[in-house]
Design a binder for this molecule. Structure first.
Ligand SMILES: [Zn+2]
Length: 460
């Protein structure tokens, strides 16, 4: 049996999601007849919805509840529910049984009294997958449920559950567990299985599982076969999170603010089909370790506290943006370019104690000294990256992106990017000084070059 099944929380006390645990524990003190008879658990996969559903089932069915109301875990009902073979606890996966028939079937059978236990409990997983007809049938059942029936509905997409159903159930939203909550869950297993694993390694597992208890426990099980002490290095190797050396090279390039080198590494990882989110998680947890070291005033060359904070902040927001980006690696690439473009000078000068005004003067001078263009950006490159460029602009201005979609880059020369619009009002819109400035800034961010933007009217 897998760790996940063996160590599924068997009593409410063991639920690792703190908010869920505290809410559900309030149910323990109640008389069974006073408990809600319909529950709706929503939240991302792997957050413990099914586990909580089975606990509710035990709460109703346990033959010898403990003094504090917790199910005993040892009676026939508790054991049968834990093993998923209790006859009066019916689990339906709506993702595979979407038809009205199943719910009709449910409506017919639900009238019959439970065969062994006191209650008849229906756990309907992925309830949002039910067809409209099936939802209507379910609603009718919920409106007039037989007194022995309990419904626990679980879903990863609560928006798709009709409000009429939501309002008839006790709704509990399961949020993604924090790394600390996952670490608590893993520690429980580590202690029982006596696995020799270091704290850093547990943390890496927690972070890599991206808020899924199930994935974290699976990862732990995978690395538990390792002979000897398990540290963070062993974890990233065993889970092939990404090549240790590649991560080191990437962070090294970042520390040196060498954008080209860092982008080359990203490009290679993508060509190799590596998962960029995992790569980023590993890089971030490495930076986190460095940050903790720096707080203890130990050497972290070539990083310092400020550069670490800055890099962590930029890479973390890139991670958050990856979810919604149509080009997965783009937020990471942007973060790299942004980070590398920043003048390290600023930090050094702060350390030397130069006053802020003087610093601003230096920065202003530097930006004036910036050559208008280094000639690396070409029309071909801009045309090739036009879609990425539009994507990068989206958060700033949707309507400009719309206009740009029907325009095209025409020329790149002498530090001037010429854009060709095909309607007068498009040309006017893009020629507004604010818009031109925004476009120039976006080009600088994306390609690292300072340019001026011109807009001309072309013929279709
Ligand atoms: Zn029991």
């Amino acid at each position: 049996m897998s760790f996940y099944r063996i160590y599924r929380p068997q009593v409410f006390e063991e639920l690792d999601n703190i908010r869920v645990r505290e809410t559900l524990r309030m149910l323990l003190a109640k008389e069974k007849k006073d408990l809600p008879h319909a529950y709706l658990f929503s939240g991302p996969r792997g957050t413990g919805k099914t586990t909580a559903a089975r606990l509710i089932a035990k709460l109703f069915q346990c033959e010898k509840p403990q003094k504090n109301g917790e199910p005993c875990g040892t009676c026939d009902q508790c054991k049968a529910i834990a093993a998923g073979r209790a006859v009066d606890v019916i689990e339906i996966d709506a993702a595979s049984n979407t038809g009205v028939d199943n719910i009709r079937d449910l409506r017919e059978k639900i009238i019959l009294a439970p065969s062994v236990a006191k209650w008849k409990i229906y756990i309907i997983d992925e309830v949002h997958m039910l067809s409209t007809g099936a939802f209507n049938a379910l609603l009718k059942t919920l409106e007039e449920p037989p007194s022995h029936a309990v419904f626990i509905l679980a879903t990863t997409d609560v928006q798709k559950v009709p409000i009429t159903i939501q309002s008839r159930a006790l709704h509990l939203a399961f949020s993604k567990p924090s790394p600390e909550e996952i670490i608590a869950a893993l520690t429980r297993i580590v202690e029982k299985e006596t696995i020799a694993i270091e704290k850093d390694a547990l943390r890496l597992l927690a972070v890599a599982s991206d808020g899924s208890f199930r994935d974290a426990v699976k990862f732990l099980e995978q690395v538990s076969f390792h002979k000897g002490n398990i540290n963070a290095g062993v974890v990233s190797q065993l889970l092939s999170l990404s090549d240790e050396q590649v991560t080191n090279a990437f962070l090294d390039a970042l520390a040196k603010r060498n954008a080209k080198e860092a982008l080359d590494i990203i490009g290679k990882l993508i060509a190799d089909g590596k998962d960029m989110k995992t790569f980023l998680v590993v890089s971030l947890s490495r930076l986190e370790l460095l940050l903790l070291t720096s707080v203890e005033n130990k050497p972290t060359d070539p990083w310092n506290k400020d550069s670490l904070c800055d890099a962590i902040r930029k890479l973390s927001s890139a991670y958050a943006e990856m979810r919604s980006s149509s080009i997965v690696q783009l937020p990471l690439e942007l973060a790299v370019v942004e980070y590398c473009n920043e003048k390290d000078l600023r930090f050094k000068n702060y350390e030397l104690g130069i006053k802020k005004e003087e610093l601003q003067k230096i920065e202003k001078q530097k930006s004036e000294d910036d050559p208008p263009s280094m000639g690396l950006l070409t029309l071909d490159k801009l045309t090739e990256c036009w879609k990425d460029f539009l994507e990068a602009l989206k958060p700033y201005n949707h309507s400009v992106v719309g206009v740009l979609r029907s325009s095209r880059p025409k020329a790149v020369s002498g530090g001037i990017v010429t854009i060709e619009a095909f309607y007068t009002f498009h040309q006017e819109k893009l020629s507004e000084p604010k818009t031109k400035e925004m476009l120039a800034n976006a080009i600088k961010k994306l390609f690292g070059e300072k340019v001026a933007v011109e807009v001309v009217l072309g013929k279709k």
